[in-house]
Design a protein around this ligand. Structure first.
Ligand SMILES: Cc1cc2nc3c(=O)[nH]c(=O)nc-3n(C[C@H](O)[C@H](O)[C@H](O)COP(=O)(O)O)c2cc1C
Length: 214
């Protein structure tokens, strides 16, 4: 085991960032729809072996008005909506019921890429949530059926019985982020980072784009 550093700040300063071959990003060739560019970058990250590229930080607004954030798995993109799944009874579920908005953050260090998505959050159709629930493993279904996520755990985690294969937790929800703002950030070794932000047009039909200072 490494001894604890006496000068953590110096140790952190010495850590390399963007110290590897990074892809180029030319915003002039970007598609009109940010969901297409997201899919392109995600496929690229998968192809380059980025670990868990579908893990994202999702930020919500706490019922006390303070920000709250945690990592979740991206389930897919449907009709330009970023999908994730969780219990509607969880902390995030209650937060989303009070304020139906979220921000997603993806970071793929091996590609020097960050993507930020902001928008309103809606629940997918009930059968979409049911299908997602039924596709989970038995242990994950058993845990979700108990609906105890984020409650204080007293004692040891009990062994849970395998639930019937067709039993669906009603509170299990596939949520969709209806993006109105999506930013693509490409690191550059010389610190000439490239940022491209998409903003949904007021009529909801299309997108405008703008470059941002790094
Ligand atoms: C890589 C990773 C993936 C996760 N995926 C999910 C997920 O898809 N759904 C979920 O409810 N929690 C997931 N979690 C757990 C959440 O981060 C969080 O602990 C849990 O949802 C409780 O959050 P809440 O109390 O804010 O509701 C994941 C955690 C990690 C580290």
């Amino acid at each position: 085991m490494t001894a604890p550093s006496h000068d953590l700040a110096a140790r952190l300063r010495a850590l390399p960032v963007f110290d590897l071959a990074l892809p180029a990003f030319d915003p002039s060739g970007a598609p009109d729809d940010p969901a297409l560019l997201f899919a392109e970058w995600l496929e690229e990250a998968i192809d380059h072996g980025v670990a868990e590229p579908h893990a994202m930080t999702i930020s919500t607004i706490g019922t006390d008005g303070r920000p709250n954030a945690r990592v979740l798995i991206l389930k897919g993109i449907a009709d330009g909506h970023w999908r994730f799944a969780s219990s509607g009874l969880s902390v995030k579920g209650r937060e989303l019921a009070a304020t139906a908005a979220a921000a997603l953050t993806f970071y793929w260090p091996a590609r020097g890429r960050q993507i930020r998505v902001r928008g309103a959050v809606v629940a997918a159709e009930a059968d979409v949530s049911a299908q997602d629930f039924l596709a989970r493993g038995p242990a994950a279904r058993a845990e979700a059926l108990l609906a105890r996520q984020s409650q204080p755990l007293v004692g040891e985690l009990p062994e849970l019985e395998v639930p019937p294969a067709d039993l669906v937790a009603e509170h299990w929800t596939v949520y969709e982020v209806v993006a109105d703002e999506v930013e693509f950030w490409q690191a550059d070794a010389e610190r000439r980072h490239v940022r491209l932000r998409y903003l949904r047009e007021a009529d909801g039909a299309g997108w405008t784009t703008e470059r941002l200072w790094p």
